[in-house]
Design a protein around this ligand. Structure first.
Ligand code: ARG
Length: 605
């Protein structure tokens, strides 16, 4: 149950009766919110001020009227009015206790499936294959995967579609490199590595650090563009090379996805749509959405302006070229074909594009065009995100030099993860804790879990539109809003069961009664029950950081509980049972929440 919605549901009939204007009821309901300050109760209802104004009544009187009309219920203590008309709401301890016990037998821990499931296509990851996977696509992969998990957890149908860049200039680069600089023996022995080497070698010699479409004065880039054009035109040699390279290119990606625990449902790359592009252009011409202009095919923008050059296309308004003068199709054409294909194949209610902010204009353009083309019944959304910055606060270079390769970055994170673990073991031993000796493979698994988890959590824990600094030390801190901290909290819960030689299964099948004796116990119980609120809010605005924020609060509540409420040494056997149930629930909620972020846990650390 979503607690906030539950509280709002008590107010809904009252507001419908009392509100001066029925249309305003949803706004007033939105004014029931979690209290910022726990002294003011668990939730607060702040509509009396606005309603009082509209009704020409004193807000405290309106507040009293609302309270008097609230339906009888067993969840709320009698509400109180504070200040200019705030209604403070406190949930009853007995009710909280019963609810917590209730979620213990629920595999989804209180989170309900949506009443009306929708179909989402999530465009995620989208690396340009043929080159080593780069940090630039890390955020799209991590955020996209988390959204897949969150929406699916709520019962939606989700198709994660990896729109691979497998048809662009990078293949021209590879083809040129292969034709002129390949080492045959190296290619035979390890095509993946040799292609990566060729890509980097050629790419480093480009005058400018970009692979943008359009005319260039760089002779090397021009050659690569020509090889790409030949590929697109069906040149048998280049097409054969492309086919030969593709498996190796996909093989470069596979281990990284595996390591990141990202399962891709579909990987329909740009090449898949190539045969459909002509049809897209023809159809748009026929429907009068696009027309010919100086040999190119263009879609004018809303003001009817037709772009004549690539520079003009970059400008603010979204007109677009869908076939260039030389016959080449563009990124836009491919994306339009993709929309058509997705609509025909999956009939989604929404298409989410998890792609970095600099492409905002591109998406604004294609969404507008797709709507004019007839795809207006689907919700298009560009899920933007900012950049990952280096320690110098500069964007981590996307240069072809392969500098900031993802694999290196993950390896570094895992070494820091191992160091963290070793430090924590040493520290716990100095404090006289009995820390079990783990073998090398167990330690390696812990380091991997900490390292990869830290990279993901750091990425997900800020509002996605902001840039953030990649700082391994901070990301793996054992106290603070990090995955490492959450993973330790999880392991700590599990250790309590291990040390007590207790079987958690019975707490999940026939949970004991929950007894609330201490403020810290109550706060923890309430926070556990807020899990659905966090998941639903994260899904509503596609913001995974609302789940990390929830986890951070949960971890703090748990730490307060742990300091104040002995578990194995609780005063009575009943209290011990109740506290064990809370501990087990904390571990389950942490594990589930981390799983929604794509982060693993280990049983002992
Ligand atoms: N490959 C593209 C890039 O690296 C990202 C693809 C995003 N998805 C899309 N449907 N355009 O910029």
């Amino acid at each position: 149950m979503n607690l906030l919605n539950h509280v709002r549901s008590l107010f809904a009939p009252v507001l419908a009766e009392v509100a001066p204007d029925r249309a305003k009821v949803p706004d007033y309901l939105g004014m029931v919110k979690p209290s910022v300050n726990a002294d003011h109760g668990d939730y607060q209802a702040n509509m009396a001020m606005a309603m009082g104004k509209a009704m020409g009544q004193k807000p405290p009187d309106v507040a009293k009227t609302i309270i008097a009309k609230l339906p009888t219920n067993d969840s709320l203590e009698t509400p109180t009015v504070a200040g200019p008309g705030f209604i403070n709401l406190k949930l009853k301890d007995t009710w909280l206790a019963a609810q917590v016990r209730g979620i213990a037998t629920d595999p989804t821990l209180g989170v309900e499936r949506v009443a009306k499931p929708k179909t989402f296509v999530i465009d995620l990851s989208g690396p340009n294959v043929a080159k080593p996977l780069h940090v630039g696509h890390l955020r799209s992969t991590i955020i996209g995967d988390s959204l897949v998990r969150i929406l699916r957890f709520l019962g939606h149908t989700v198709i994660g579609d990896n729109h691979l860049g497998d048809w662009g200039l990078q293949f021209g680069i590879l083809i040129h490199g292969y034709k002129n600089f390949r080492h045959d023996a190296a290619f035979k022995a390890d095509p993946v590595r040799e292609l990566a080497r060729l890509y980097v070698t050629i790419r480093k010699q480009f005058k400018k650090d970009d692979e943008e479409e359009g005319p260039t004065d760089d002779p090397l880039k021009k050659i690569c563009q020509e090889e790409t054009a030949k590929l697109h035109a069906g040149d048998p040699e280049n097409v054969a090379l492309w086919k030969q390279f593709m498996p190796a290119c996909l093989e470069m990606l596979r281990p990284i996805y595996e390591r990141l625990d990202v399962k891709i449902d579909q990987a329909l790359g740009e090449s898949f749509y190539n045969p459909m592009l002509m049809g897209v252009v023809d159809d748009m011409l026929k429907k009068g959405i696009a027309f010919e202009s100086k040999g190119a095919v263009v879609i004018p923008n809303a003001k009817g302006i037709v772009p004549q050059t690539d520079e003009e296309q970059q400008k603010e308004e979204p007109p677009a070229i869908i076939r260039k003068r030389d016959g080449a199709f563009t990124y836009t054409t491919t994306d339009l074909a993709t929309i058509k294909y997705r609509m025909e194949t999956w009939k989604p209610d929404a298409m989410l594009y998890v792609v970095s902010s600099p492409q905002a204009l591109h998406f604004k353009t294609i969404f507008a065009q797709a709507k004019r083309w007839g795809y207006d019944g689907v919700a298009f959304e560009h899920i933007q995100f900012g950049s990952m910055l280096g320690p110098d606060r500069k964007k981590i270079s996307t240069s072809g030099g392969g500098g900031a390769e993802l694999e290196t970055l993950l390896n570094d994170a895992v070494s820091v993860g191992r160091k963290r673990y070793e430090e924590s073991v040493a520290e716990r031993r100095t404090h006289g804790h009995d820390v079990s000796e783990l073998n090398e493979s167990e330690v390696a698994a812990i380091a991997e879990t900490i390292g990869v988890g830290a990279v993901k959590y750091a990425d997900l824990c800020q509002s996605r539109t902001t840039d953030y600094v990649f700082d391994l030390e901070k990301m793996t801190a054992t106290n603070g809003n990090t995955s490492t901290y959450m993973q330790y909290a999880y392991a700590r819960c599990r250790a309590i069961f291990r040390h007590g030689a207790l079987d958690e299964a019975r707490f999940r099948s026939s949970p004991p009664a929950v007894i609330i004796t201490h403020a810290a116990e109550r706060t923890l119980a309430l926070q556990l029950l807020r899990f659905p609120e966090a998941v639903e809010a994260a899904a509503a605005d596609y913001l995974p950081h609302l789940i990390t924020a929830y986890l951070w609060d949960l971890a703090k509540c748990f730490s307060g509980f742990f300091e104040n409420c002995p578990v194995l040494k609780a005063e009575t056997p009943e209290l011990k049972e109740s506290r064990l149930l809370l501990v087990d629930l904390v571990s389950r909620v942490i594990k589930q929440a981390l799983d929604l972020l794509g982060i693993r846990t280990v049983e002992r650390m």
